[in-house]
Design a protein around this ligand. Structure first.
Ligand code: NDP
Length: 279
């Protein structure tokens, strides 16, 4: 069993991005990422702090707009619209979830596809679905990058994705399909989940439940990617029962230190890509 080390890969990606940001700077182009936080969700605060630190490391300029929890729909839309039309801003990220009462879809639609560094827009999802160049959601893109950098072949392999959310499971399945894997997507209504998982050469789990994937669900020698982030008794863990599953795998991601760091690295990459396109 080998660990798929997301920390190491993310550091490699950041080094490459730093060089690209420096080249853009030499041409007079600053890479600016706008981050909008509405409300005081403590998890959002930690995520944003990590993203700002990562921006600083590669030379991307973060612009953080913090709005109170009682921000009105009109005020939120005005802030996002202003960032959308600001030529200095290369990418816009609205940290989700938004406080109850705000129409998330309407706010997200104000981000133009070329500044949609989260890859959540209908246009980017549509491009991905039709296997055309798109800005892809950071987490599934990070998984692909981790697999690529570890030279894990995908063409012709059986891939099973557990989870079908718009930000992880669905784009993950499309990326694997575009990479010529034979893909099965499972969700809460799936019957015979364990048997389906046992067929997987690559098993990606994005459910959000600790110890969801157990050893009896994993084929001997499979690659297991654990996207889940759960907090149990103050400790972070994934969706996979790591101790029991790892000995049966050829490669497995740890949590923390697997997919998480790659997600942040892909956000930076999407932002640098956007800046290069703007130039
Ligand atoms: P969602 O809650 O949006 O989606 C969870 C998915 O799991 C749904 O599709 C749901 O099915 C499915 N599911 C729930 N119960 C079962 C079950 N018993 N059997 C099979 N499938 C089931 O979560 P996200 O996709 O946003 O996130 C998933 C996990 O990944 C979370 O732990 C999250 O914290 C983590 N995450 C990690 C990131 C990282 O950087 N590492 C980034 C983003 C998320 P259905 O559609 O039928 O409800």
């Amino acid at each position: 069993m080998k660990l798929l080390d997301g920390k190491l890969c993310a550091a490699e990606v950041r080094t490459e991005l730093k060089a690209r940001v420096a080249r853009l700077a030499a041409e007079g182009k600053k890479v600016v990422l706008a981050v909008v936080r509405i409300g005081d969700d403590p998890a959002s605060e930690i995520y944003i702090r990590n993203k700002v630190r990562a921006c600083d490391e590669v030379g991307i300029v973060p612009v953080v707009r913090i709005l109170p929890a009682d921000t009105s729909q009109a005020e939120a839309e005005a802030v996002v619209s202003a960032l959308s039309s600001d030529p200095e801003i290369c990418g816009i990220l609205v940290q989700l979830p938004l406080p109850a009462g705000l129409d998330e879809a309407r706010i997200m639609r104000l981000i133009p596809p070329e500044k949609d560094v989260d890859g959540f827009s209908a246009q980017n999802l549509g491009l991905l679905a039709s296997d055309r160049p798109a800005t892809v959601a950071c987490t599934p893109q990070g998984v692909m990058e981790l697999l690529r950098r570890n030279m894990i072949p995908l063409a012709g392999k059986r891939a099973v994705v557990i989870g079908r959310s718009n930000i992880v499971g669905r784009p993950m399945a499309l990326l694997l399909l575009n990479a010529d894997a034979t893909v099965t997507v499972c969700h809460s209504k799936t019957q015979g989940l364990a048997a389906i998982c046992r067929e997987a050469d690559l098993l990606v789990c994005a459910v959000g439940r600790p110890n969801f994937v157990t050893a009896d669900m994993v084929k001997e020698g499979a690659v297991v990617v654990d996207v889940g982030i759960n907090r149990t008794a103050g400790k972070l863990c994934g969706d996979v029962d790591f101790a029991a599953v790892a000995p049966h795998t050829s490669y497995i991601t740890p949590v923390p230190g697997g997919v998480g760091p790659m997600t942040v690295a892909m956000l930076l990459k999407n932002c640098v890509d956007a800046a290069e396109r703007q130039l």
